[in-house]
Design a protein around this ligand. Structure first.
Ligand SMILES: Nc1ncnc2c1ncn2[C@@H]1O[C@H](COP(=O)(O)OP(=O)(O)OP(=O)(O)O)[C@@H](O)[C@H]1O
Ligand SMILES: [Mg+2]
Length: 269
């Protein structure tokens, strides 16, 4: 079996006074695509922060792309990881050209300060096309929708040929059509098996078709981890979110139905 791209062994993270991750053990291998699901405050963003070297474990071991933390050049490591989060949208000025924004990802900047290498624009166009966004290539950012912008940010992250792509709630703010189109783009990307994708969301209907694995988090602990169809069950989600739910599978996707008559638990505050 291929060695792990990400490996956490009983890793805990304390933020302020809060135990945000509590002895998390988890492995991500090449060829897998992971979704991380859990309630607000369960530690999802913290976990992505560990992978990207922004949150440091107070105990346990973390290895990312073969580098063990404590013994790693974070700047070099981060070049191999594409990061997509809604916060990044603020980085870009709206009159920037889409193609320039995408190509800037290769150079780790938000603007295209230097002349790009031969072939950069071709590659940017090809990546936009993979995500169903080829028609945006000649526009500026103010001429694209929020959903298209989200795809452009992913395309930008891919320009640096990352081995890992982490996304933190990429569907936030997208309407139904934009979200479905975005999820299809992410599904197509995951089929290419490179980069390995780790996607955070609250919602099962935002798991892209074909994503192979799922991790459920609750109060900083792993509730379940493994193959998507084995993890995304009514029992596991009811336990994770403290509300009685059923999961229906349809067309390779997972839909959660809340049993309104039976709110069987009240969350601990
Ligand atoms: N800088 C910080 N200082 C103290 N506590 C923090 C800090 N950042 C996060 N936390 C706490 O750590 C816990 C985990 O937060 P995290 O952001 O990882 O949750 P999340 O699962 O991403 O939630 P959401 O779905 O709301 O984005 C929460 O209880 C949060 O309040
Ligand atoms: Mg979060």
């Amino acid at each position: 079996m291929a060695s792990a791209l990400v490996k956490l062994s009983r890793a805990s993270v304390i933020l302020g006074e809060k135990l945000a991750l509590d002895e998390v053990s988890w492995e991500v291998r090449k060829g897998q695509s992971w979704v991380i699901i859990g309630p607000n405050g369960s530690g999802k963003t913290t976990l992505l922060g560990v992978i990207n070297g922004y949150n440091w474990p107070s105990q346990g071991e973390v290895t990312v792309l073969g580098q063990r933390f404590g013994n790693v050049d974070l700047r070099e490591l981060r070049k191999k990881i594409g990061i997509v989060s809604s916060l990044m949208n603020q980085w870009f000025e709206s009159n920037e050209k889409v193609l320039d924004v995408v190509v800037s990802g290769k150079y780790g900047s938000t603007k295209l300060w230097r002349a790009p290498a031969k072939g950069d624009f071709e590659r940017a166009r090809a990546l936009l096309s993979t995500l169903g966004c080829a028609h945006c290539a000649g526009r500026s950012l103010k001429e694209v929708s929020q959903g298209e912008r989200q795809k452009i940010v992913i395309t930008r992250a891919l320009m640096g040929r990352p081995r890992l792509l982490t996304l933190d709630e990429p569907c936030e703010g997208l309407d139904l059509r934009a979200r479905e189109s975005f999820l299809e783009g992410l599904a197509a990307l995951s089929q290419q098996k490179a980069p390995t994708i780790i996607d955070v969301t609250h919602r099962t209907d935002e798991i892209p078709r074909g994503f192979t694995h799922a991790l459920l988090l609750k109060e900083g602990k792993v509730v379940a981890a493994g193959k998507t169809e084995e993890v995304i069950t009514g029992k596991n989600l009811s336990n994770c979110f403290d509300v009685s739910v059923r999961v229906k599978r349809f067309g390779g996707r997972f839909y959660t139905l809340v049993d309104e008559l039976d709110y069987k638990r009240t969350p601990k505050e």
